[in-house]
Design a protein around this ligand. Sequence first.
Ligand code: FAD
Length: 450
Amino acid sequence: MNVAVVLFTSDLRLHDNPVLRSALRDADRVVPLFVRDEAVHRAGFDAPNRLAFLADCLADLDAGLRKRGGRLVLRTGAVAKEVRRLVEETGAGAVHMAAGVSGYAARREERVRTALADTGCELRLHDAVVTALAPGRVVPSGKDHFAVFTPYFRRWEAAGVRGTLGAPRTVRLPDGELASDGLPARDDVKNVSPGLADGGERAGRKLMTSWLDGDMGAYADGHDDLAGDATSRLSPHLHFGTVSAAELAGRAREKGGPGGEAFVRQLAWRDFHHQVLAARHDASWSDYRPREDRWRSDEDEITAWKTGHTGYPVVDAAMRQLAHEGWMHNRGRLLAASFLTKTLYVDWRVGARHFLELLVDGDIANNQLNWQWVAGTGTDTRPNRVLNPVTQAKRYDPDGDYVRRWVPELAELEASEIHEPWKVDGLDYPEPVVDLGEARARFEKARGLD
Ligand code: FAD
């Protein structure tokens, strides 16, 4: 009996999963494994929204495997130790897993390799599982990653994404009993955002299909419209791998049109940030391009930002959407992040940590590098640009409907008033925490631009 272990990580799916397909090709019995890593728990990265979404994903993966004759084995502990234990129990000859991009993933791979060293079992890493194109697959000459998106995108497009793999028909487990912890239940997770989306591959594929067959057409013109909510909302599924980035990019490209092209470009942004982090693990918490910032830290202002009480309606709406859904529109993320790092001139790490605590798609590559991009310490080619929350609100929420949805105190205001409520008397809504002109001057002085 030839046995392989499939260690699921950020690829919680049966469709288009090169890890699972390779294991099934090479071995006649396969053990699907997920390890709840205690190190992630200790580091505080098991935020409630992601834990709840993960519970859906594991339940759905287990159901899909059972339909095919298998099941998911769940273990809790240090990943390398649990993998070795299972290899010893089953006599597996190979462990298959997706190659990751973060420092954590690299350490995990190294630990698994070391743990297997004297077992005769090999570790097989597969790339282009988490991203559409593997990090390092395209690089500028003499360098290990692209630091600017446009040339990266040109090469990304030319390289093309791999073909899509179908879901396996059967998954045969080895003979005999395999111990497994009980699957976590979404309802057991405390402090989950009330409007959190459903997780799992079935939910992800349904969303992907309706997106590709319908709403994607309007993406080119509508993706920045805050109230229109015209983006795919596939980010949590891409984060947990319940939707494959390669399959999604391939299918969106086939559909084509302005919507498809604009959408594929955003998927390339995801790969771009992943290839930066894969080459620069330190960029998760250190400045990618240090600018000698001497950040401010006013606890009252930070609390006002976190709770959606800055007095700037579009920023407050975005922060309240985050608290309610565990998700935020991209334009909202840009405005909220610019407000914190440029207007309040607070360290991007404060904001990135808060986002990671709440975002269901909270992702070390995308979150940290987007925060750095906005803060001007990352790959942005215009690091000193400051987004004005009033001008931006008038452009991207012209009727004020996004603000009305999330800031009920302002729901009765006209579109002409809603983004500048300090001009209206008698409202139960905070005064602005800072004057925009003064904040801009402070930022320019700090960056030596005055
Ligand atoms: P769509 O517009 O439908 O885009 C499709 C997919 O493309 C997204 O699901 C995402 O995977 C990718 N994508 C889109 N925009 C970007 C981008 N700017 N960078 C990288 N990938 C992108 N995205 C995350 O997935 N996780 C995060 O933790 C995260 N944190 C962010 C923090 C800040 C401060 C900012 C400005 C952006 C962040 N993003 C993050 C990127 C982006 O905001 C989200 O991916 C997007 O809003 C998700 O919604 P959607 O799936 O409807 O996106």
